[in-house]
Design a protein around this ligand. Structure first.
Ligand SMILES: Nc1nc2c(ncn2[C@@H]2O[C@H](COP(=O)(O)OP(=O)(O)OP(=O)(O)O)[C@@H](O)[C@H]2O)c(=O)[nH]1
Ligand SMILES: [Mg+2]
Length: 643
């Protein structure tokens, strides 16, 4: 069997879910295409998605195309749910980037295209909604070439655009197509197709193009995901210009030396719960998984698979095995987390996020009787979504967020699935604390008011932004049982979730300079005496105090997220927009004339001011200004600048 794991990505409302329905219908998996507006599509299956008419979570449906099984991942388009897209990108062989023939290239289209290009994933561009009034397929194709990538080639023309009778016709083949197919498999060039997810026009052509322009995982032995098949590997796949394009990806050299009985390996890209039972969605990369197999997880334990299902013809079908290339839903992996590797790791499995972390956060609370359940529910949700970060200190729970819509959805999920009425505070910018100097503190066991059977010395030093917390030893590792070092390190990491100014400290170098403990009483027949011997609790009890003293001495400053922005705006509005940016504490770096009287302005602005920028931009630019921002870094807060 051959597989193609295909992502459908686009800005909000472009028609991804409708197109997925059409693909399932065209292949005979469903009798009639469901509708987002009626709320009966295959992939928008959550009640919340059906009510709101938007996709919130990525979901998988599978259909046959010739002798290839295509697993479609329908992803959300709203930027608040970008974390879902990120997880999906990790397991794709290729993607269809959908645009609307009416709205054209949107800010989110650019963000997604850049991510697909960084991953060198082959992309087909599908210009949807050619039937809708106001459709301008030619203009949109031009904008795609100008703004998304110069290496695009439309292979069709649209007749009757903007009417329900709109249809597509192939352009004469001038020999470019074979070249395009080769380049497109390398992720270097992109074919552009047109159609309508409502009338179904252009859908058969899209399905045919999948086989021609995207790589197919041909055989379990050589099965591989987009994340692994990076630059050089993809270069092997390219057909020579003008030559016949092979219908499947050839194996790379090291894979050829790998016999057919490769160890089962895969990547967990989603987790959810069905009837309270945890399910892990795994993209299989090699070998075969079987029910009752024991597998090793990168972050978790070795665990036994209790049930397997495989994406098959629009449903998830129970199966005894799952093989390379397939998407398996695995039960029994209680400690699995998103991003875990099941089985041995393979090159490319370790892959950072393609999108910036959330810039906002909010305090969450509930009635006293529900507080415990609230924290448990949030922790469970955070496990399903690694970019939701939950912090609890004393009684206060904080969650990080991408935006307002995500907050509303989170509130609804807590209410419906966990029966917790959560109250959210105002959404504010997520800040951090940065260590600026070096500080040292020591407490010796049973001296100077240290009531613990533990000696701990810690030195805290600054670390490069983004480098995380490192914990090192300057005392002999053999001087103390490892469990006591572990207890100290775990506590240090947990305590750094809140610095002296109450924000998390994401980056620091912590060095343990002193250690000491009281050994178990070893006299013959004498029982272990807790009052005289150290336990892990002594180290967990003392470490926060020593750390707090060291961090205070080192000193920290509060930092806020700063976004880079790109604003496209009419020439005559550059002055007012630049001064708005300045008033909001931002800096415009440059303004360059683009085509058609449009100027492209680049600069940076505190994340806290992005909402105000988005709000005021239309009024200053006759409604034509378009702004895209992206997290760049954390910087010490300059309150004065924004007054
Ligand atoms: N006229 C017309 N309407 C379309 C077409 N495709 C989608 N729509 C409509 O556009 C709206 C959004 O469609 P969806 O399929 O939910 O779009 P989506 O990209 O999945 O949206 P999100 O997942 O929320 O980002 C719905 O009202 C669809 O009926 C099309 O080809 N023509
Ligand atoms: Mg959708």
């Amino acid at each position: 069997m051959s597989y193609l794991n295909l992502g459908i990505v686009a800005h909000v409302d472009a028609g991804k879910t409708s197109l997925t329905e059409r693909l399932l219908h065209h292949s005979g998996v469903i009798d009639r295409p469901g509708s987002v507006d009626r709320g009966d599509t295959t992939t928008d299956s959550l009640a919340l998605e059906r009510e709101r008419g938007i996709t919130i979570r990525a979901s998988v449906a599978s259909f046959p195309a010739g002798d290839v099984t295509v697993n479609v991942l329908d992803t959300p388009g709203h930027p608040d749910f970008i974390a879902e897209v990120d997880r999906s990108l990790a397991v794709l062989d290729g993607a269809v980037l959908v645009l609307s023939a009416v709205e054209g290239v949107q800010a989110q289209t650019l963000v997604l295209m850049r991510a697909l290009q960084r991953l060198r994933l082959p992309v087909i561009v599908f210009v949807n909604k050619i039937d809708r009034r106001g459709a301008r397929p030619d203009g949109v194709a031009d904008a795609v070439a100008r703004r998304l990538s110069p290496d695009v080639l439309p292979v069709q023309r649209v007749l009757g655009a903007g009417t329900p009778a709109a249809r597509v016709e192939p352009l004469p083949d001038d020999g470019l197509r074979a070249w395009l197919a080769g380049e497109s498999r390398r992720g270097a060039a992109h074919t552009v197709l047109f159609g309508s997810a409502v009338t179904g026009v252009g859908v058969p052509e899209l399905v045919a193009a999948l086989g021609t322009y995207l790589p197919v995982v041909a055989d379990p032995v050589v099965a591989d995901g987009g994340a692994t098949a990076l630059a050089n590997e993809r270069a092997n796949l390219a057909a020579a210009p003008g030559s016949d394009v092979p219908s499947a990806v050839g194996p790379s050299e090291d894979e050829l030396t790998d016999p057919g009985d490769a160890a089962p390996s895969g990547v967990v890209f989603a987790i959810d719960r069905e009837d309270g039972r945890k399910r892990a969605f795994v993209r299989m990369r090699s070998g075969t998984l079987r029910v009752r197999d024991r597998v090793d997880l990168r972050h978790g334990k070795s665990e036994r698979i209790t049930g397997l299902r495989v994406a098959h013809r629009g449903t998830l079908e129970p199966r005894p095995t799952a093989e390379a290339g397939q998407i398996a839903v695995v039960q029994g992996l209680a400690t699995a987390r998103v991003g875990d590797v099941v089985g041995p790791e393979r090159p490319g499995d370790e892959r950072g996020s393609q999108f910036p972390p959330p810039s906002y956060e909010t305090v969450v609370d509930a009635a006293p009787a529900e507080r415990g359940r609230l924290y448990a529910a949030l922790s469970e949700l955070a496990e399903q979504d690694p970019l939701i970060r939950v912090r609890r200190r004393d009684e206060e729970i904080t969650v990080s967020l991408y935006g307002e819509v995500q907050r509303e959805v989170l509130a609804a999920i807590l209410q419906r699935e966990y029966r917790v009425d959560a109250r959210f505070g105002a959404v504010r910018t997520a800040r951090t604390e940065r260590v600026v100097g070096t500080g040292h503190a020591v407490e010796i066991k049973k001296q100077d008011g240290n009531e613990f059977h533990a000696t701990i010395g810690l030195r805290v030093e600054p670390a490069a932004p983004g480098s995380g917390v490192t914990f090192e030893l300057e005392c002999e590792r053999g001087s103390m049982p490892p469990a006591f070092f572990d207890a100290t390190e775990d506590t240090v990491r947990r305590e750094l979730a809140r610095g002296p100014l109450h924000w998390p400290v994401p980056d620091a170098r912590v060095v343990m300079t002193h250690s000491g403990y009281s050994p178990r009483q070893s006299h013959m027949h004498q029982k272990f005496n807790k009052a005289m011997s150290s336990t892990g609790a002594d180290f967990r009890g003392l470490a926060p105090r020593v750390l707090a003293a060291a961090v205070r001495r080192a000193g920290t400053v509060v930092c806020e997220p700063v976004h880079r922005f790109v604003i496209e705006l009419p020439e005559d509005t550059v002055g007012p927009v630049a001064s708005l940016v300045g008033r909001l504490g931002g800096v415009p770096f440059e303004s360059r004339a683009g085509s058609g009287g449009i100027v492209v302005m680049r600069g940076e602005i505190p994340a806290a001011a992005v909402a105000a920028l988005q709000r005021d931009l239309p009024g200053l630019t006759h409604g034509e200004g378009m702004c895209r921002t992206e997290h760049d870094r954390f910087e010490p807060v300059r309150e004065a600048a924004r007054a």
